[in-house]
Ligand binder design. Sequence first.
Ligand SMILES: Nc1ncnc2c1ncn2[C@@H]1O[C@H](COP(=O)(O)OP(=O)(O)OP(=O)(O)O)[C@@H](O)[C@H]1O
Ligand SMILES: [Mg+2]
Length: 296
Amino acid sequence: MSNHNSNQPENYSAAPEAAEPKKGLFGRDKVAETTPENDPSYGKNLSFAAAEAYRLLRTNLMFALPDEQRCRVIGVTSANAGEGKSTTALNLAYMLAEADKSVILIEADMRLPTISKRLGLKPTPGLSNLLAGLSSGRSVTRKTDLEEKLTVIPCGDIPPNPSELLGSEQMKTAIEVFSQSTDFIILDLPPINEVSDALVVSRLVDGIVMIVRQNYSSRRALAEAMRQLEQANAKVLGFVMTAANTMNKWSGYKGSYKKYYKYGYRYGYGYGYGYRSRYSQAAEEQKKAENERMKS
Ligand SMILES: Nc1ncnc2c1ncn2[C@@H]1O[C@H](COP(=O)(O)OP(=O)(O)OP(=O)(O)O)[C@@H](O)[C@H]1O
Ligand SMILES: [Mg+2]
């Protein structure tokens, strides 16, 4: 008789598919040499299924914030780093513009900005320069080739104090001013459990979209982020599950929030910690640069 016991811990430790990097929504997670022209993760290069998923998100958000008479301001964040915030923010902005809504996408992750780089846009001057009173609103907005109605505000020079800037009266005023000329403002924010920036901004937005990467963050991490959002009185509009397998043996049908709770706290590939240290590393580098600036 075989002494194989299916309750052995190793049988729980990794789903066979979890050992391989996931293909995800874009067919591949990373492209060797991505340029704004060939990047499959946003805009016109999206696969049919991916584009449809983002269109569904657009529709759901329009139902969640139905008041068409005024600008709707939406923050995109997650519990941990690397869950797909920037990609979702970018595609959501793109899909809204595709539906003839005017959109301003703000790269409000001043710790690890990626959107301007991905789009091949000049990163400065941007939001930080505007908030510091060094640049005008006009000089920080960029047009893209993606959609006529989509405008991007890059993060600008990386400041030593992002959360102070994001929580400032200037930020509030900037959102109010931009609101007057656009239908939607989408903010790409840093992760809740890493830095306080997203919480600080949450009081300036109509709602927050939480990104949850399948098989990645722990249930505890998501619960902690939700607790913090609740404490900050933030309105969470909904959840987006990224890198989800349409059908897999762990979570069944993709996108099921209930099932996420049941299964979602498996530790994906353990690279959450790597991402976490990227944030602290970025903070350390910014501090060092600031010290150098003070010395000179
Ligand atoms: N829906 C998705 N399906 C599959 N892969 C995705 C999805 N969304 C994003 N990704 C991939 O996940 C990786 C991280 O995405 P992204 O940079 O958008 O995350 P992030 O949360 O903004 O990260 P950071 O916290 O570092 O800013 C990228 O390689 C991206 O292509
Ligand atoms: Mg990002």
